[in-house]
Write a protein that binds this ligand. Structure first.
Ligand SMILES: [Zn+2]
Length: 240
């Protein structure tokens, strides 16, 4: 056992020498494994919001009526502004898994505060094309770190069945229309019936995605759906 720990340590030391890490915000050489130096970490403000989803777009209301909010509860950790925007960018587009692990630590801080009880964890899926380009789904990495911390299984429950235009190119109203029926449940749902599920996601803009995924979980028998989302942004603030 001691031997395998030593080998793991040696592995990380060698990785640091061969592939040194730099802070994604200021560029300084780092050895903390978080993707961000301690100095930059100190300016990240955990600004937890507990949100009830009252934000409704006019066209959405016209088409679907007032939004039915399917989340039982949710926490949003950071306002989508510097340095968090930079961190999200590095995580999503620079293949930086360390940032996903760091965000997962913040998620557990918020989840501890909320005192939710959940049986499973899942995450918002990304398209096959994005997965191929990025090499990993950042929300899945976060979900798996959170699962490890609480010793709770992470299930791959959702899939994108209809890969349309990327959400970021759309207006708020268009996002709702695009998101509706974009996802599907991909596994036998007997084990999630009457259970509580936590969904993990990175950036929240209109709530269309998280709400649709929560709706699918609910119509497939899940009793409670909670969400932990790293950053929240108004559409005009979304830069990526
Ligand atoms: Zn830094």
């Amino acid at each position: 056992m001691a031997n395998s720990k030593f080998i793991t340590l040696l592995h990380y030391i060698l990785l640091d020498v061969i592939f040194p890490s730099f802070c994604v915000y200021c560029g300084k050489l780092i050895s903390n494994g978080d993707g961000v130096c301690n100095n930059c970490k100190s300016i990240i403000n955990l600004n937890i919001k507990n949100y009830s989803g009252e934000y409704v777009f006019s066209l959405e209301e016209e088409i679907h009526g007032k939004r039915k909010w399917f989340l039982d509860d949710g926490v949003w950790l950071f306002k989508y502004e510097e340095p968090v925007t930079q961190l999200v960018y590095a995580m999503k587009f620079k293949h930086n898994k360390s940032i996903a692990r760091l965000f997962a630590q913040y998620c557990t801080e918020a989840i501890d505060i909320m005192k939710w009880h959940f049986d499973f964890i899942t995450y918002i899926p990304v398209s096959k094309d994005r997965l191929w380009k990025r090499g990993f789904n950042q929300s899945e990495v976060m979900a798996r770190c959170i699962g490890k911390r609480y010793n709770i299984d992470v299930l791959n429950l959702l899939n994108i069945k209809n890969e349309k235009i990327a959400q970021k190119k759309l207006s708020g109203n268009e996002r709702f229309i695009n998101t509706y029926q974009k996802y599907e449940i991909i596994q036998d749902t007997s084990n999630i019936a009457d259970k509580s599920v936590l969904i993990v996601d990175d950036v929240y803009t209109t709530g269309a995605t998280i709400n649709e995924c929560a709706r699918l979980l609910k119509i497939n028998g899940v009793k409670h759906v909670y969400a932990c989302i790293v950053a929240y942004a108004m559409l005009k603030e979304l830069i990526i």
